[in-house]
Design a protein around this ligand. Structure first.
Ligand SMILES: NC(=O)c1ccc[n+]([C@@H]2O[C@H](COP(=O)([O-])OP(=O)(O)OC[C@H]3O[C@@H](n4cnc5c(N)ncnc54)[C@H](OP(=O)(O)O)[C@@H]3O)[C@@H](O)[C@H]2O)c1
Length: 250
């Protein structure tokens, strides 16, 4: 028996990056994993990898900007004990240049889908008396920057939802938390991510596993008294002042 044996985990955006690493981390701890995303070929690869490692997984295709798809995903996933709201989209640009379509896609995928999936699945966890919802936020929620006003706003919303849901579902034994990564080697260009290295006290960009291990901790018995937390997983980036000189950043 592993610590998540008998649990079902739904991880959105698990066809790549942090979500894929999380699916593998939770499956390795014994959870039966529901992999989801739009790309069925990558979804099948993740399922095959988990099964090759001795785990259990299945794939459900869904576009989280589509309300019908989100509702169908919640139905087809069935009873879920661990919900990881990880998927997000990002269009970066000056605020005057962001189109209505880009704005809607970020709000719909990053906030409305998180809200709808949680509203569909958390009450069923509450009826069973236990469960864990983990939202993947971002350091962008607490650090202003040009080019990412809308994306940052969606992550601020995720943090606010996390705290509200901790109050709403906590009394029924359902814990709700967020992890807030800094830069992680996933789909963004390495050259862009590496610009952060001098600003990160640990002087390295995260690997997806650095984040998935924290999510797995929150999902498991070790996180049993953590509720309503937004946990930075950013090597200290949002905790400290940036270095005052190039020498200090070395
Ligand atoms: N990487 C970073 O530096 C970083 C930093 C801070 C926070 N984060 C957060 O971490 C989370 C994961 O990011 P990542 O970098 O691992 O992402 P990623 O590698 O780019 O993967 C994004 C995942 O989300 C899915 N996805 C995107 N839009 C979707 C949609 N409309 N419907 C369904 N699935 C969708 C993609 O699946 P399909 O392509 O199959 O649809 C994919 O599995 C996000 O919430 C992101 O905001 C990342």
């Amino acid at each position: 028996m592993s610590e998540l044996t008998g649990k079902t985990a739904l991880i959105t955006g698990s066809t790549s990056g942090i979500g894929r690493a999380t699916a593998r981390s939770l499956a390795a701890r014994g959870a039966s994993v529901v992999v989801t995303g739009r790309n069925a070929a990558r979804g099948a690869e993740v399922v095959a990898r988990i099964e090759a490692d001795g785990g259990t997984a299945r794939f459900i295709a869904a576009d989280l900007t589509d309300q019908e798809d989100v509702a169908r995903l919640a139905r087809e996933a069935g009873d879920v004990d661990i919900l990881v709201n990880n998927a997000a989209g990002a269009s970066f640009g000056l605020s005057a240049d962001i189109t209505t379509e880009q704005y809607d896609a970020m709000l719909d995928g990053n906030v409305r889908a998180v809200y709808a999936l949680t509203a569909a699945l958390a009450p069923r966890m509450a009826e069973r008396g236990s469960g864990s919802v983990i939202n993947v936020s971002s350091g962008a929620a607490v650090m202003g920057d040009v080019y990412n006003a809308v994306y940052a706003a969606t992550k601020g919303a995720v943090n606010a939802l996390t705290r509200s849901w901790a109050a709403e579902y906590g009394p029924s034994g359902v814990r709700v938390n967020s992890v807030a990564p800094g830069p992680v080697y996933t789909s963004a260009p390495v050259e862009y991510l590496d610009l952060y290295i001098p600003l990160i006290p640990l002087r390295r960009v995260a690997r997806p596993q650095d984040v998935s291990e924290v999510i797995a901790f929150l999902a498991g018995p070790g996180g049993s008294y953590v509720n309503g937390a937004v946990i930075p997983v950013d090597g200290g980036l949002t905790a400290v002042e940036p270095p005052k000189s190039p020498a200090a950043a070395a």
